[in-house]
Design a protein around this ligand. Structure first.
Ligand SMILES: NC(=O)c1ccc[n+]([C@@H]2O[C@H](COP(=O)([O-])OP(=O)(O)OC[C@H]3O[C@@H](n4cnc5c(N)ncnc54)[C@H](OP(=O)(O)O)[C@@H]3O)[C@@H](O)[C@H]2O)c1
Length: 259
């Protein structure tokens, strides 16, 4: 007799483009019902997900509202992928970053995850679920143009480890993936992070992106593709890696040089 497993629900934040969209597509392919969240519901997100939710996750109430809608629609939360995050080029140095900018960086990259995990926790306990947090190689390898973002992601990586220790015995796994430079709109948009670095270097975006892998020490010689990060998230979200808890997978094209 074949026993059909119940369809599981995955919540993916920052799902409208880039890494989050790739994760959404892969998890749907793997049979999850994906609830994808972003401020803007793009046609791509609508098509890729089972439910697209428009929500600002940098607000105190946004994360709880997202989890309320996800659980209300499908009755469980089995996987939570905290992918939302953003980085601005701080090319004028540390002293030029004001309190409001520091606060926004932490609200989105760190407190948004704290609040989303808190809201989802009762459902994850019920489902014996799994959390994947998308941090950054900058959590381990700080760089001045991302000083505030790197600090927020270092806090996120630290939080993930502590959560894995508390929640592991309750049957919930918490793991981190830490991408390096990845070809998403953050790098390719005309007003994105890459464009800001290019302008500071006095180069066109195309010229800057061509020279960037060599300059940044990417031993692959290229930016990582969003799908290459999403593959690892998909593996961690699956039930095939139940012994993996509290791990941090760096996916950075060989940029980090320390062990
Ligand atoms: N790309 C890289 O090189 C790289 C490297 C290391 C780590 N990462 C991390 O990987 C994750 C994804 O990055 P990405 O490059 O794929 O980003 P991206 O292409 O800029 O996409 C960001 C996603 O987050 C959503 N978002 C942004 N602010 C939001 C808010 N306040 N509330 C709800 N949703 C919001 C965006 O949609 P809306 O704008 O419509 O809200 C979009 O869906 C982030 O955590 C990032 O820090 C990326």
């Amino acid at each position: 007799m074949t026993v059909k497993t119940a369809v599981k629900t995955a919540v993916v934040t920052g799902a409208s483009k880039g890494i989050g969209l790739a994760v959404t597509r892969f998890l749907e392919e793997d049979g999850f019902r994906v609830v994808g969240a972003a401020r803007t519901v793009t046609p791509e997100l609508k098509e890729a997900s089972s439910l697209a939710v428009s929500v600002d996750l940098a607000t105190p109430q946004g994360p709880a509202e997202l989890i309320r809608q996800a659980h209300g629609a499908f009755g469980s939360v089995d996987v939570l992928v905290n992918n939302v995050g953003a980085f601005s080029p701080r090319t004028s140095g540390f002293a030029a970053i004001d309190d409001a900018e520091w606060q926004h960086t932490f609200e989105l990259n760190f407190f948004g995850v704290v609040r989303t995990v808190r809201a989802a926790l009762p459902h994850l306990v019920a489902s014996q679920g799994s959390i994947v947090n998308v941090s950054s190689a900058r959590a381990r390898g700080p760089q001045p143009p991302t000083v505030d973002y790197g600090a927020a992601k270092a806090a996120l990586t630290n939080l993930s480890k502590a959560l894995s220790m508390e929640l592991g015995p309750k049957g919930i796994r918490v793991n981190t993936v830490s991408p390096g430079p990845t070809r998403t709109p953050a790098w390719t948009d005309a007003d994105g992070f890459g464009a800001g670095l290019a302008a500071a270097a006095g180069k066109s975006l195309e010229e800057f992106l061509e020279g960037f892998p060599g300059m940044a020490g990417l031993t692959t010689g290229r930016l990582t593709e969003p799908e290459e990060v999403a593959e690892v998230v998909r593996m961690l979200a699956s039930g095939r890696t139940r012994a993996v808890n509290g791990a941090d997978f760096v996916i950075d094209g060989g940029q980090l040089k320390t062990v």
